[in-house]
Design a protein around this ligand. Structure first.
Ligand SMILES: Cc1cc2nc3c(=O)[nH]c(=O)nc-3n(C[C@H](O)[C@H](O)[C@H](O)COP(=O)(O)O)c2cc1C
Length: 379
């Protein structure tokens, strides 16, 4: 079957990936209420159908942090992507580059920024998680600056990790022999993945984190190291430290409250992402689309407001822009398509989203993405 939509790629990923990996991508924290709300609240918005406007020439281009994007979409940082397809981050970054949109490399990606930049012919945006070892942080920032990463996305909504019940049940971080056996069986039941990733996609390390300690060998050791070294003590004061070590634009990811958005604007970062980590952290928090208009109103004139969470189509992108975002990040959409078909899947998914966005623009009478505003939404 030819996937026609992002959700078709979700089903294709379900078939190709071991269950533990599919659930890791697909799941949210606790009862998954915020995850569901991210999607449902976008669906509830209604677009105004407008007619007899000249939409024969459409422009989906936007400028973000000095870059021209072919459409207002960025690939969000997604950890462990090199486990969904062989050298997954490199493959997805190639697809993003060809489509004219940025790819963001997670701190907990399998590939390094250098590998991604070399594969794609363009350096990725880089996402930072703060660990207690500031020496390692400073080295990491210097290294990704050397690679030429233009934008730093600093994720702040993971002071402590939320629990995802699916990962607990599946033994995501397999520690017991029974869990390891069950994961081996899971892998054997998915031979295409087994060959592509498990056998041909090595080394399975976290590229960026590897320099932190020579003792880290297996993925589970990396994961444990990250868990132990996460810095839950960081505050707005630490943005100053990041600024000292990073000369380019800083985007704070994981803001859901107007008070925090005002702090970000006052501190002078260049952008923020209205996000609840795709419903993977505080379950019961607002959906991103619900939080977006208030934040855009409060600080949109002072910094670039982006959003992510629940974006599953080009129509959703238009709704997010009409609600105040300059661009959307997409997480699961690209993780599923990468897991299903590698680079070709991500390239096709981006093509689908672009076409949906263009149709949505034409049928709402909006020829230029720069002119999108709240008037596109029905009351
Ligand atoms: C499997 C998975 C791994 C993720 N890993 C990271 C990460 O390493 N760093 C980060 O800032 N956000 C991470 N996120 C959150 C995404 O960047 C993004 O905020 C979220 O996926 C957006 O929601 P969506 O999946 O509904 O598009 C992850 C999300 C998923 C689904």
């Amino acid at each position: 079957m030819t996937p026609a939509s992002v959700l078709d790629y979700r089903e294709a990923a379900r078939r190709r990936l071991p269950r533990v990996l599919f659930d890791y991508i697909d799941g949210g924290s606790y009862a998954e209420e915020t995850l569901a709300a991210n999607v449902a609240d976008i669906q509830k918005l209604r677009l105004r159908q407008r007619v007899l406007k000249d939409v024969s020439r459409l422009s989906t281009e936007v400028e973000l942090f000095g870059q021209t994007l072919s459409m207002p979409v960025v690939l969000s940082p997604v950890g462990l992507s090199g486990m969904y397809a062989r050298r997954g981050e490199a493959q997805a970054a190639r697809a993003a580059k060809a489509a004219g949109v940025p790819f963001t490399l997670s701190t907990v990606g399998v590939c390094t920024a250098r590998e991604v930049a070399d594969a794609a012919g363009a350096p990725p945006w880089f996402q930072l998680y703060m660990t207690r070892d500031r020496g390692f942080m400073a080295e990491t920032l210097a290294r990704v600056a050397e690679v030429g990463c233009p934008v730093l996305v600093f994720t702040v909504d993971l002071a402590v990790p939320g629990t995802r019940y699916r990962d607990v049940r599946n033994g995501m971080v397999a520690t017991t022999p029974a869990q390891r056996f069950s994961q081996a069986m899971d892998g054997l039941l998915h031979p295409a993945w087994l060959w592509d990733v498990h056998i041909s996609g090595r080394p399975h390390t976290l590229g960026t984190v590897a320099s932190a300690s020579k003792d880290l060998k297996r993925l589970v050791e990396f994961w444990t190291w990250i868990g132990r070294n996460f810095d839950a003590s960081i505050t707005w004061d630490d943005i100053g430290w990041v600024r000292e070590h990073w000369k380019g634009p800083i985007v704070i990811k994981g803001v859901l409250d107007v008070a925090d958005a005002r702090e970000a604007a006052a501190i002078g970062v260049e952008g923020l992402v209205v996000s609840n980590h795709g419903g993977r952290q505080l379950d019961g928090a607002s959906s991103s689309i619900q939080a977006l208009p208030g934040i855009a109103d409060a600080v949109g004139d002072r910094l670039t407001v982006l959003m992510d969470g629940g974006v599953r189509s080009g129509l959703d992108v238009l709704k997010a822009l009409a609600s105040g975002a300059r661009a959307c990040l997409v997480g699961r959409a690209w993780a599923w398509s990468l897991g299903a078909r590698g680079e070709a899947g991500v390239a096709h998914m981006l093509q689908i989203v672009r076409q949906e966005l263009r149709v949505a623009m034409a049928l709402t009478g909006c020829a230029d993405i720069k002119s999108v505003g709240p008037d596109l939404l029905a009351e």
